[in-house]
Write a new protein. Structure first.
Length: 145
């Protein structure tokens, strides 16, 4: 008599990604040892886990990632020229609204004092510093945090 040896072959496949298949453990999503990031992936700059390249925050360690193509502008030349035209406009362009409004208010106050000739040096100093700050803020976004 012949017995039916067509046993279930479902034992070789598993729906659980961490469950062993044929005695060999499989990789889980968090196991990145020896892996290199794919086209749309990058290493977290803090913990080294492979994450989505567009991720703003690492899901493993929670650290904000530096993003060169974020929705907010980050061109240092444009930021400096914007602050050259209106002190504080470069900071607003970079997404630092409070900082930009601070430069605008300080420039306005210094402009009012320029009636007494005292405010002219302050206005020039604020204006030059606003240009400097906007340029360097675009170069190193962590500086403004």
């Amino acid at each position: 008599m012949s017995t039916d040896d067509s046993a279930d072959t479902d034992d070789e496949t598993s729906d659980d990604p961490g469950e062993a298949v044929n005695g060999a453990p499989t990789e889980t999503a968090g196991d990145t040892k020896g892996e290199t990031p794919g086209i749309d992936e990058a290493y977290c700059r803090n913990c080294g886990e492979i994450i989505d390249a567009k991720a703003e925050i690492c899901p493993e360690c929670g650290v904000r990632q530096r993003s060169s193509d974020s929705g907010v502008g980050n061109d240092s030349g444009i930021a400096a020229v914007a602050s050259l035209i209106i002190p504080g406009a470069g900071q607003i362009y970079l997404g630092h609204l409070g900082r930009g409004l601070g430069f605008i208010v300080a420039s306005f106050v210094a402009g009012l004092f320029s009636v007494f000739l005292v405010g002219i040096p302050f206005l020039l100093a604020i204006w030059v510093y606003a240009i400097y700050d906007a340029y360097h803020l675009a170069e190193d976004p962590e500086r403004g945090a």
